[in-house]
Design a protein around this ligand. Sequence first.
Ligand code: NDP
Ligand code: 8X3
Length: 249
Amino acid sequence: MIVLVTGATSGIGQATAKAFAKLGNDIIITGRRNDRLLNLQRELEAYSVEVLPLCFDVRDKIATQNTLSSLSGKWKEIDILVNNAGLAAGKEPMQEGSLTDWEQMIDTNIKGLLYVSREVLPLMCKKKKGHIINICSIAGKEVYADGGVYCATKAAVDFLSKGMRIDALPYGVKVTNVCPGAVDTEFSMVRFKGNEEKSAATYKGFKPLTAEDVAQTIIYCSTLPEHVNINDIVIMPTAQANCSTFFRQ
Ligand code: NDP
Ligand code: 8X3
């Protein structure tokens, strides 16, 4: 099979690309950091699979369209798309939030996911087969203080998954919405712009999910029989009850 993972240079995307490669799938990996893409390509090729690294910013509509529409040969036959590229930027009350941060989250988490899907979904509909796995979040199900805009972008992902599933239904294309709680990746360092103290505080006193935990959930969803689809899955650390309730020790 051919799997396209957006945001494969780190965290959940990188772990997912590795998990699919270990199972013998050929992988298209994307992200903005080309050095990391090339390193990951080498690592994945050790599993005797073919790897196509594509360096582009999902916020750039033209670059996304040009890159994905010029896929050739077998690379057009994408079986699984993991829409993972995304981020939180900042954590402030709305009256103090940064417009630049808000635009970055909306442009990446919502518009970027749409730009990628608009290129890949028609390919899947044409061959009447495929699976789109959208990485949403517990933040798409609930809202927490100072995270309203990030949560809104993930609530949009939740609804985009629902809408895609309806529209893709006649084509046999599966759509799965994956909603993790706290995962220890570069997510918090990105959100807090390199502030290690704030980032570490996010995961302090409890055991968060690892990127591999989420990757294994994605593998589970993608390896079920043809007639079975997980529409929506919430995966949390055992020490997290909802988006803002943790048992910290
Ligand atoms: P990381 O920061 O570790 O990884 C984010 C990935 O997204 C990177 O590969 C990054 O690549 C890519 N990315 C970000 N912006 C862009 C862009 N504009 N264009 C292309 N690629 C981009 O975080 P996670 O692995 O944790 O996050 C992955 C997804 O999981 C996100 O959608 C996030 O919202 C979601 N999530 C995370 C949770 C967590 O607690 N960590 C929980 C629930 C959901 P590069 O910088 O090279 O472009
Ligand atoms: C990331 C999880 O709860 O930090 O989507 O927003 S949370």
